[in-house]
Design a binder for this molecule. Structure first.
Ligand code: PLP
Length: 630
């Protein structure tokens, strides 16, 4: 646990239990002893053979914990409620979930349902997101819940948002650009619907990390001071200034400190007060996203991987900054809205995948002496110098001669002077010397049954790190340092940087081939990864199970199970027609081979070590595995 800092990034949801497995506290610190869910047991249930009571799902596997999602929604609301009550703030908190963080149907439905007592709403940034937010809030949302419409808008988007108002949804159209105002005015006249309008302000406050490029004067989004004034004046001219009720801003994701947050919120609160002074019917200040996640458990503001505050401190800073400015300006305290996405959904899922083989530690053949004697004179001179430096214990010189020897041998190999055996002997020699000099064994490569491009897009695209650790054998000291290499034919498909500044990950020896089952978990990846992931090499998404806390023998029930997309599914997404492809191939073969090819179309693209799993994914309709409870 200490080796991987699980308590640092995982609390209060993840910890290492007495069996050495990662376990989940589904209700955070409120989880009763004995109600923790052992992740390894969940994997055994989901991926285990059906003959043994498992669901036979192929890996990789995304395990969703709706209880964790509920706990996050409640914790966020409790933090703001406490900040409001303890400071005598005159407004209330009423947040929204930005669906772009994870548009999965069950995630959004859960958040709306769990947020209903708190009037929790949704934020949309595009037309399909608006459609899903409308239907979800209409079906199960609190009538007061906000529906915030962000993003660039055309007439269709604005009209949809206005129609949502006629359905009784508390919809606010947030202007991202000045030109959107004309679209809103025209559409509202045409449809005869009076809109509620918000404005996104471009703040001068800027954060320095990767996600800070959203903010500052040169940021991509929002209206500057002149544009804000122009919108106010246009609204006044058309008799709609009372429609302007909300001020929105977003400093960027992963805001590093509460002092920067308070700075930004204070600046926005001043704009809010100015708008009230200019006659707008201001009611809501929407502080955007940015509530951060402690990916490495360091609780520091030094990198994008962590933040130096808790949920409670974040809420307190926002409420205090808004209250302070409004009090000074004599403006009534507004409703505070936040669009926290990352902080709500990151913890709720764990991606489990298998390391199926590892590169062998450099093999050293003692009988290589005669090959070294066959080296050319210049190579032999490097060899003698290398050995002399090794005897002196001169580490740096050793490295220089080793590099020189290898380079010279490579050149002579290209000339045809040396053979493969000579190259291998020299590589072994250099490795022996390096080890003898205490350089240790280089990191081994563990091959993982996963696509980094599909499942960890932020990792290769923006260098984001997520905690990755074995989910079992954590009571056993790992013997190996490894890096991870994925299934794609792409050298970017690897994981070589790990939290805590590590260039390799402590790992256990993989069980001997054939026994399988060295599982790793990627944690805190519930936000952004699922929608951003691509289909490089046509690897599709993982299988998914939904796991709730229950009174069963292992404290959990799998309430939903879906195999990941099959080869046919991913081919279809590139406009291929699997049925036609199959017909073409069938013409060339006999019935038995054709049946095997049909099974290949139905199987998941990942490596399959289990014929039963392949068969399972071929009938990938949800019903076959859904509703199976422990
Ligand atoms: N709101 C807006 C306008 C955003 O651009 C974003 C994401 O960058 C969010 C909310 C969600 O931010 P976070 O995931 O940091 O809470």
């Amino acid at each position: 646990s200490a080796l991987y800092n699980v308590d640092g990034w995982g609390a209060p949801y993840f910890f290492v239990n007495d069996d050495g497995d990662v376990a989940v506290r589904p209700h955070g610190a409120a989880t009763l002893p004995g109600q923790e869910i052992d992740l390894a047991k969940v994997v055994a249930k989901a991926a285990g053979p059906r003959a043994g009571g498992g669901l036979g799902l192929p890996l990789p596997l995304l395990v969703r914990f709706p209880d964790v999602l509920r706990h996050r929604v409640e914790a966020l609301n409790a933090a703001f409620d406490y900040a409001v009550r303890s400071t005598g703030y005159g407004g209330r908190y009423q947040g929204v979930y930005p669906v772009k963080c994870n548009q999965d149907r069950h995630v959004v439905e859960d958040i709306v349902e769990f947020g209903e007592p708190f009037r929790f709403g949704l934020e949309a940034g595009s037309k399909p997101e608006l459609l899903l937010a409308m239907s979800c809030l209409a079906a199960r949302g609190n009538p007061d819940a906000l529906l915030i419409c962000n993003g660039y808008k055309d007439d269709e988007y604005v009209s949809l948002a206005l129609m949502a108002r006629t359905m009784g949804l508390n919809t606010v159209i947030v202007l991202e650009q000045e030109e959107e105002l004309d679209i809103v005015v025209d559409a509202s006249r045409r449809l005869g619907v009076r809109p509620v309008v918000g404005m996104r302000a471009k703040l001068r406050t800027k954060h320095a990390g990767h996600f800070g490029s959203t903010s500052g004067e040169k940021g991509k989004f929002g209206l500057n001071a002149a544009q804000i004034l122009s919108v106010v004046s246009k609204l006044k001219t058309v008799g709609m200034l009372d429609c302007l009720q909300l001020l929105h801003f977003h400093i960027g994701s992963q805001i590093p400190t509460t002092s920067l947050l308070a700075d930004g919120v204070g600046e926005a609160a001043q704009i809010y007060c100015e708008l009230a002074r200019l006659g707008a019917a201001m009611r809501v200040i929407d502080v955007g996203g940015g509530l951060g996640i402690d990916y490495d458990g360091s609780h520091s503001a030094q990198t994008d991987m962590s933040v130096a505050y808790s949920l409670e401190e974040y809420a307190a800073a926002v409420v205090a900054a808004v209250g302070r400015v409004c009090d000074r300006r004599g403006v009534a305290h507004p409703i505070i809205c936040s669009e926290s996405g990352r902080a709500l959904v990151s913890h709720h899922s764990v991606l489990v995948f298998e390391a199926f083989s590892a590169s062998s530690p450099g093999h050293i053949d003692p009988a290589t002496g005669y090959l070294l004697d066959e080296l050319t004179d210049d190579c032999h001179a490097d060899y003698r110098n290398l050995m002399a430096a090794a005897v002196r214990g001169d580490f740096d010189t050793c490295g220089l001669y080793a590099d020189q020897l290898k380079r010279r041998c490579a050149e002579q190999f290209k000339e045809g002077i040396l053979g493969l055996e000579h190259l291998a002997a020299v590589d072994s020699l250099c490795e022996i010397v390096a080890r003898g000099m205490g350089a240790g064994e280089a990191a081994r490569t563990y091959h993982i049954n996963l696509s980094v491009f599909t499942s960890l897009p932020d990792m290769w695209a923006i260098g984001q790190m997520f905690p990755i650790i074995p989910i079992q054998r954590l009571g056993e000291r790992p013997a190996v340092d490894g890096v991870l290499s994925d299934l794609t034919c792409d050298s970017d498909g690897k994981v070589e940087h790990f939290i805590g500044g590590r260039q390799s990950l402590p790992l256990h020896e993989i069980p001997v081939h054939g026994t399988r089952g060295y599982y790793l978990g990627m944690f805190l990846g519930g936000a952004y990864q699922e929608a951003l992931g691509g289909l490089h090499n046509l690897f599709g998404g993982p299988s998914v199970v939904r796991v709730s806390q229950s009174d069963g023998p292992h404290c959990f029930a799998v309430t939903r199970a879906t195999a990941g997309p099959s080869c046919a599914d991913v081919l279809r997404s590139m406009q291929h027609e699997p049925e036609v492809m199959f017909e073409v191939l069938k013409q060339r073969t006999d019935a038995a081979t054709a049946a095997a090819i049909a099974r290949a179309f139905g199987a998941m693209p990942y490596l399959s070590f289990d014929p039963e799993a392949a068969a399972m994914s071929s009938d990938s309709d949800e019903g076959s595995a859904a509703g199976v409870a422990e």
